[in-house]
Write a protein that binds this ligand. Structure first.
Ligand code: AR6
Length: 176
């Protein structure tokens, strides 16, 4: 049992529809928008999100920054910058783990108890899903074990059923 009080669920869907306290954005280090889930979040949140992001001055890989959610159903957006996959020898695992850790750290600091994550780095940044899912599951599992009362709900929102299966297997592998 990782946490008695936090539900952890893996779903197929569009993260811009999640009414959690925060959704996590797979951004780039400019924080000024892009394609993929980043583009979808900015479109759904509206132009005020970009205006707030402009004031943040960017974000290094593995770190995270928080903004309001504007027109999104989620109250906040936690923007994190995943690593570009370069074959696995460029600290990608550590950097990706830091994304999950920093995002949950910011959530805790802001007393946000329900958080939805996309499959960070597995789209445009090319991180293989099998490996990315294991890093995501292990890191979130460690954070839930370290802070068992901090969260009520953690969602992994995958864009397709195949990704959902991969992330669900990685989470199941933690408790097997
Ligand atoms: N809801 C949930 N998941 C989604 C959605 C959505 N609406 N849209 C895409 N995905 P990506 P990255 C999935 O490329 O690899 C941007 O240009 C998608 O299927 O969005 O971290 C940024 O500005 C994939 O599994 O993010 C950066 O430049 C996952 O989200 C760069 O892309 C992540 O894919 C970041 O690349």
């Amino acid at each position: 049992m990782i946490s008695d009080t936090c539900r952890w669920d893996i779903q197929t869907g569009d993260i811009t529809r999640c009414a959690t306290d925060a959704i996590v954005n797979a951004a780039n280090s400019s924080l000024l928008g892009g394609g993929g889930v980043d583009g979808a979040i900015h479109r759904a949140a509206g132009p005020e999100l970009l205006a707030e992001c402009r004031m943040l001055g960017g974000c290094p890989v593995g770190e995270a920054r928080i903004t309001r959610g504007y027109n999104l159903p989620a109250a906040h957006v936690i923007h994190t910058v995943g690593p570009v996959w370069r074959g696995g020898g460029a600290s990608e695992g550590e950097l990706l783990a830091n994304c999950y850790k920093s995002s949950l750290g910011l959530a805790r600091e802001n007393s946000l108890r329900s958080i939805a994550f996309p499959a960070i780095s597995t789209g445009i940044y090319g991180y293989p899903k099998d490996e990315a899912s294991k890093v995501a599951a292990r890191t979130v599992g460690e954070e839930l074990a370290a802070f068992p009362l901090a969260f009520d709900l953690i969602l992994f929102i995958c864009f397709d059923d195949e990704s959902r299966r991969i992330y669900a297997e990685a989470v199941a592998g933690l408790t097997a």
